[in-house]
Design a protein around this ligand. Structure first.
Ligand code: UD1
Length: 431
């Protein structure tokens, strides 16, 4: 298994291009199931999760192709992908596939909307705690689906099609909002979602669905209105830049010091994280190209945060922010309100010398003067990258094991950091 070796202590200086957002690409790719015509997506990141989803969609009958590389084109430039679900050949998403990637459960919505039936394995638990799908199923039931749970599968049927409905989410859920939108676009009549997720990825999915002929209004606010249409058609859509990747490198620059331009980052999608970084002592400038992060000389100030649905501080940046706080001049409190058990990084950060006390969903981080490199590993994507951030500012060498977590969500991580002066390399090992 590959490992990443980092020798800490170098400032970061340069430009980091921000890739397309994984968390937008996944639902957008799933939306291809809604039409017989071709959905073309630009700016899709080349990540393990994307490749896995191509396999899963292929199982349902989606043909996949990618533009060839043009002469002189950067080897890493993202090339448009084409997804054509001309015929759905299987309405079952099996355990072997869904268990590999939670978001693939969302195929239940377009399969049900288009075919009147879907059988999708329940995703089960994952490293960041129980992640139920009750609200996703509630939304589909409101739209008129009959749902039974059989042998670990959710079986949804709507032989006469779905019907528009009022769907009120008792808790803000990104996946629930994605699935409700994808189901309602082909339902008969008007659907209103209240307490909907307002994440930029929801806005991106709605924009793509509208380009495919859907009628969705209000995405990005708590109330989303969807007027059902008879069918959707093909479209071209560009995936929005990854705010979590941008926020991660912003934390890395604040941690290591230096001056980094996050090329293509959209500051409006990152407001809460950028405000927190400013309070922590980084200088944040919005430019035409993206966002510039600098920290020269001055130390890192402690800041208390609490994760919250967008536009609050994203849970997907909580681990990275904790890494930054390990070297703050004082104590900070980090409260995780979205997921239980999302503190798997605490023990590993402690191996680098961090001082963190856990009390339920609150972590208190006592900043230390220095961290020391060590072998570490983590059990989820964001936790893994928090170890990379800590390692950039640790003395000596850190080996981050289980790199496949990073490969699920960060494209060309070591090259992007390496080009800014970090000493970072991938150690490949067979098997
Ligand atoms: C998405 C993101 C993930 C991010 C999360 C929150 C993708 C692929 N993943 O995950 O990176 O951390 O949003 O921003 O986009 N819940 C229920 N019942 C449900 C559904 C959710 O109780 O039926 C709860 C969850 O346990 C959690 C909260 O709602 O406590 C938010 O989860 P949700 O927004 O649905 O997360 P995902 O869409 O799975």
């Amino acid at each position: 298994m590959d490992r990443i070796r980092i020798v800490g202590g170098q400032e970061l200086r340069g430009t980091i291009p921000i890739s397309g957002a994984k968390n937008a690409a996944l639902p957008l790719m799933i939306a291809s199931l809604l039409t017989r015509e071709t959905l073309t997506l630009g700016n899709v990141p080349n990540l393990a999760d994307v490749r896995m989803l191509v396999r899963i969609l292929g199982h349902h009958g989606v043909d996949y192709s990618q533009n060839g590389r043009r002469a002189g084109e950067d080897a890493h430039a993202s090339r448009p992908i084409h997804l054509s679900a001309r015929d759905i050949v299987d309405i079952t998403a099996p355990y072997e596939l869904v268990s590999r990637m939670r978001a693939s459960f969302w195929v239940i919505a377009p399969l049900l909307a288009r075919m009147g039936e879907a059988r999708v394995s329940l995703p089960g638990g994952c490293a960041i705690g129980t992640r139920p799908v009750d609200l996703l199923l509630m939304a589909l039931e409101k739209l008129g689906a009959a749902i039974t749970i059989e042998a670990g599968y959710a079986h949804a049927t709507a032989p006469r099609g779905l019907k528009g409905a009022e769907i009120d989410f008792s808790k803000v859920t990104v996946g629930g909002t994605h699935t409700a939108m994808m189901a309602a676009v082909l339902a008969d009549g008007h659907t209103r979602l209240t307490n909907a997720a307002q994440e930029p990825e929801v806005v991106d999915l709605a924009a793509c669905l509208n380009a495919m002929g859907a009628r969705i209004e209000g995405a990005g606010t708590a109330t989303v209105d969807i007027h059902g249409v008879g069918s959707l058609h093909g479209a071209y859509h560009n995936v929005l830049p990854d705010r979590i990747e941008a926020g991660t490198y912003a934390m890395a620059a604040a941690m290591a010091g230096g001056d980094v331009l996050l090329d293509g980052a959209r500051p409006d999608d990152l407001r809460a994280a950028l405000d927190v970084l400013t309070r922590a002592g980084a200088s944040v400038t919005e430019t035409n190209a993206g966002v510039r992060i600098k920290r020269n000389g001055a130390g890192i100030s402690p800041v208390d945060i609490s994760t919250a649905p967008h536009p609050g501080f994203p849970t997907d940046l909580q681990a990275q922010f904790m890494a930054l706080m390990t070297k703050a001049k004082g104590a900070s409190r980090i409260t995780e309100t979205i997921f239980e058990n999302r503190f798997m990084h605490v023990q590993e950060l402690a191996r680098l010398g961090a001082r963190i006390r856990l009390d339920g969903d609150i972590a208190t981080v006592e900043g230390v003067r220095s961290l020391q490199g060590a072998p570490v590993m983590a059990t989820d994507l964001r936790a893994s990258v928090s170890l990379v951030i800590a390692a950039l500012a640790a003395e000596g060498e850190t080996l981050v094991n289980r790199v496949y977590h990073l490969d699920r969500g960060f494209e060309h991580l070591e090259e992007k950091l390496g080009r800014c002066g970090a000493v970072v390399e991938r150690l490949s090992s067979p098997g």
